[in-house]
Design a binder for this molecule. Structure first.
Ligand code: NAP
Length: 293
């Protein structure tokens, strides 16, 4: 079972225009709802924005690159979506507070927070510069915590949803995913604790554990020295399409589902890990050479 092939072929990117043409009219289950999506200038976050706009959501988009964010906003607005942007770095607490305040100033309420922004990295730990460890933890974990912290009081008023975008690396560690897996596992703990804490308030807390998903062709990962490097190519047969993944995440919010493991391989990993973590270790150990670990 080659679930960790690191030499995958490039997947041609389906532009949003083509995706929109192919989509059916979606029921407007988010009519008027205010949805904040971190990391929505590309990839899964951007796809979520397009699908949620079709379902009637009023959007707050976020990413660091203002120009890319404005391009997504313009594309959405041209099809009639209600959308605002807040460029900012979620690893910075003040930017997260500003993001939540932007939603409140613009729309007066918040119904859904999707903690999607994250950075990928795939190197054995001893190859990483210490600053890189900060970047990954501050973005993938603290960024989600800060946004949740500032949004929670407002989500209690609307009995809204917080959705964390996790990973199958949050089910079982994966070779060379060390600090990435640590952040995604931590999101599971965060989601579970918050679910207990907020039970009486009616806030829905969900975590989507995504498997390998189609990447934008220009997606970048963090290199061992902190510089961005092209994301390793993936075998197209091993990745889930972005539109399918986004549809599943949105379904989780609609059904107020707590947890969903995405992709066949993700489900296999999840159940195998419950039955025999040792067997999972054996399988993953056999993959280490691919990662130079
Ligand atoms: N793709 C997969 O196979 C896969 C699998 C499992 C889990 N996931 C998770 O799914 C999420 C989205 O992944 P993706 O593949 O769509 O990633 P992506 O294509 O690299 O997009 C990441 C988005 O997050 C933004 N971002 C990154 N760092 C940020 C920061 N510090 N502050 C604000 N925005 C930031 C990026 O824009 P800027 O660079 O302009 O800020 C971009 O909009 C991530 O949490 C990832 O870990 C992905």
């Amino acid at each position: 079972m080659d679930i960790l092939n690191n030499h995958w072929l490039a997947l041609p990117f389906l532009g949003s225009a083509a995706a929109i043409i192919l989509r059916q009219d979606l029921p407007r289950t988010f009519d008027g709802k205010v949805v904040i999506i971190t990391g929505s200038s590309q990839g899964i976050g951007r796809e979520l924005a397009f699908q949620l706009a079709e379902k009637g959501a009023r959007l707050v988009l976020n990413a660091r690159n203002e120009a890319k964010l404005q391009a997504v906003k313009a594309e959405l607005a041209s099809s009639g979506a209600v959308v605002t942007t807040c460029a900012g770095d979620i690893s910075k607490q003040a930017d997260c507070e500003r993001l939540i305040n932007t939603a409140l100033e613009q729309y007066g309420r918040i119904d859904v927070l999707i903690n999607n922004a994250g950075v990928g990295i795939q190197y054995p730990m001893e190859q990483l510069q210490p600053d890189v460890l900060h970047t990954v933890v501050e973005t993938n974990l603290l960024g989600s915590i800060y946004c949740t912290y500032y949004a929670l009081p407002h989500l209690k008023k609307t009995k809204g949803s917080i959705l964390f975008i996790g990973s199958i690396a949050g089910i079982h560690g994966i070779p060379s995913s060390n600090v990435y897996a640590a952040t995604k596992m931590a999101l599971t703990g965060l989601a579970e604790s918050l679910r207990l804490e907020t039970f009486a308030s009616g806030v829905h807390i969900g975590i989507a554990q995504l498997g390998f998903t189609q990447n934008d062709p220009d997606k970048q990962h963090i290199g061992p020295d902190g510089n961005l490097v092209p994301c390793p190519k993936r075998d197209p047969s091993m990745v889930s399409p972005q539109d399918k993944v986004a549809k599943g995440v949105i379904e989780m919010i609609e059904k107020r589902q707590h947890k969903r493991v995405f992709s066949g391989l993700g489900k296999l990993l999840y159940y195998l890990n419950r039955i025999s973590p040792e067997l999972v270790n054996l399988i993953l150990r056999s993959q280490i050479r691919r990662f130079g670990g």
